[in-house]
Design a protein around this ligand. Structure first.
Ligand code: FES
Ligand code: FES
Length: 156
């Protein structure tokens, strides 16, 4: 039987009736139409479905939406301000860290969470923050470069 809940996503509050076993990923994509959060493995292996919950990266494919009540969720759609991309989004674009783009929303959100905590991360810290994210296209070096570039811009 469906249960009523309130869900806050990108600053908007929603009242929803959800199945108890519904994942956050299913609700974001199929109910709210926020398709920027990607679904790939569906089993916690790839990081494509990462969103921020109270500022921390979580795998939305493994998170029950009922566990998100009263938590602030941020998806990739919530990062830009109007037409202006966030510094991390801009750095990914500028450095060529995006190829097919499937891993990009999750990578950008985890990098954003890292830089909220630490504006001068070492390469090891960046790699650690992104270790749950698989990218089949870029070889990762451009992604590390993008996070470093964003950190430099945000620190000034
Ligand atoms: S779709 Fe969630 S970790 Fe792969
Ligand atoms: S850019 Fe294609 S999976 Fe990362």
């Amino acid at each position: 039987m469906k249960q009523l809940m309130k869900l806050s996503v990108n600053g908007e509050s929603y009242e929803l009736a959800v199945e108890p076993q519904a994942t956050l990923l299913e609700v974001l994509r199929k109910v709210l139409g926020l398709m920027g959060t990607k679904e790939a493995c569906g089993t916690g292996e790839c990081g494509s479905c990462t969103v921020l919950m109270e500022g921390r990266p979580v795998l939305s494919c493994l998170t029950l939406v009922l566990d998100c009540a009263d938590q602030e969720i941020v998806t990739i759609e919530g990062l830009a301000e109007g037409d202006r991309m966030s510094p991390v989004q801009q750095a990914f674009q500028d450095t060529g860290a995006i190829q097919c783009g499937f891993c990009t929303p999750g990578m950008v959100l985890s990098a954003t969470a890292l830089l909220e905590e630490n504006l001068r991360p070492t390469e090891a810290e960046i790699r650690k923050a992104l270790e749950g994210h698989l990218c089949r296209c870029t070889g990762y070096n451009k992604i590390i470069e993008a996070v470093n570039k964003a950190a430099g811009q945000m620190a000034t």
